[in-house]
Design a binder for this molecule. Structure first.
Ligand code: PLP
Ligand code: ZN
Length: 388
């Protein structure tokens, strides 16, 4: 039985999964994984991501699976978050609790397992930080070499530290994330010995679908919000909901809310009708994980927003910092980009797009320890502040 195939979402050309190019030969668009047998879905014996093996990579042999038990993260409810957002039933899904501290582990376990199945010895990615930490960890865990291209001086030291410590080969790129991503795409044209681990790899998208599977087992949300950069999650979440709907596992489809930073919001402009195609921008925001001006997954992401009748919002750095203070101060904590998730929800509640009695799931994409530069700057007190 052929469980999964690759299909072009634009021209519908189909390909076998035993190839490692994820671009359509005919039109150049990024391919999708199509699961052929969703109807006979059953849960497997794994914990976390691979519990949904039959929805993400049904055909892969157990011996190739590289897992650190990622997934199965907590969903928090806290009065400070409810007070701040003006929404009683708001839940925070904490992806910072994954093994390397971000949701990237969910996609990485599937992509690195596929690298093993295909027999690769080297992996390659461009990264704003968290992808490189996850790529380095999972590649080393599997016994293969990782190469990560990072925008020099523009990634958090904590994330770079992880990549180095886990044993990645670090390549400094003189430019921003988008330049590093362009370098990856050029390298893939010239060389076939690197396996790509960016979210243009559709197996990453399959793994990231499990965030939605876990939420939908616990809640019936009206909205699901998350920060949006390269749009891998936006693509994955819509695909997960399409599949759940087609299997009749859910009645109502929650609306996706993708939140961009104001200084890095090409998808916001595209979807909200100000542009008829995506126009790359020079990205600037304190939230380095979403500092992306030319997102590769914009076509799949548009499909997700359309399918769920979703929303794309943008928030300022000031709103991100304010929301981060609330999340950190509630004892939950997250990295800067993650706080956009709550900042955007507050903005949409204030303008009454989200109602007071709606149920909202907001995804915190990364751990509080991921970006210390920002926090250490602001929070010190003098002894006089304590005494008086
Ligand atoms: C990668 C990342 C994002 C952006 O996700 P996309 O799928 O690229 O849109 C947001 N937050 C954190 C913490 C990340 O690591
Ligand atoms: Zn095509």
């Amino acid at each position: 039985m052929v469980y999964s195939i690759l299909r072009c979402p634009v021209c519908n050309s189909e390909y076998d999964i035993n190839r490692s190019s994820y671009l359509c030969d005919k039109c150049g668009n990024i391919l999708d994984i199509i699961q052929n047998d969703l109807d006979s879905f059953e849960l497997s014996n794994y914990d976390g991501v691979w519990k949904y093996k039959n929805l993400i990579h049904p055909g892969i042999d157990k011996k190739y699976i590289v897992t650190k038990r990622e997934g199965n993260t907590n969903l928090y409810k806290n009065f400070k978050i409810s007070d701040y957002s003006g929404i009683e039933n708001i839940f925070l899904k904490h992806e910072g609790e994954n093994p390397t501290g971000s949701f990237k582990d969910r996609g990485m376990t599937v992509a690195v397992s596929e690298a093993m199945r295909l027999g690769f010895k080297k992996t390659l990615c461009a990264s704003t930080g968290n992808t490189s930490a996850a790529a380095a960890s999972y590649s080393s865990f599997a016994g293969i070499n990782s190469y990560v291209l990072i925008p020099e001086g523009r990634i958090s030291k904590n994330k770079l530290f992880q990549a180095i410590a886990y044993g990645a080969n670090i390549v400094n790129i003189n430019g921003d994330f988008d330049t590093a991503m362009a370098n990856v795409r050029e390298t893939l044209k010239k060389r076939d010995d690197f396996y790509v681990l960016n979210s243009l790899n559709p197996w990453r998208i399959e793994g990231q679908k499990t965030i939605i599977f876990e939420i939908m087992e616990k809640l019936e949300p009206d909205f699901i919000s998350f920060p949006a950069g390269n749009l891998g999650n936006t693509s994955a979440f819509g695909k997960a909901l399409m599949e759940l709907k087609s299997m009749d596992k859910i009645k109502n489809v929650p609306k996706l809310i993708a939140i961009q930073a104001e200084g890095a919001s090409p998808f916001y402009d595209y979807i909200n009708g100000k542009m008829d195609k995506i126009v790359p921008v020079k990205a600037e925001t304190i939230a380095s994980a979403i500092r992306i001006g030319n997102p590769v997954n914009f076509k799949k992401a548009k499909r997700s927003i359309e399918f769920t009748k979703g929303i794309v919002e943008k928030v300022s750095d000031r709103e991100i910092i304010e929301a981060k203070r609330i999340i950190d101060g509630s004892g939950i904590g997250c990295e800067p980009a993650s706080a956009a998730s709550l900042a955007g929800v507050k903005k949409l509640r204030d303008s009454n797009v989200i109602g007071k009695s709606d149920t909202v799931a907001s995804i915190l994409t990364g751990n509080i320890l991921k970006d210390l530069d920002m926090d250490l700057k602001y929070n010190a007190m003098n002894m006089e502040d304590v005494l008086f």
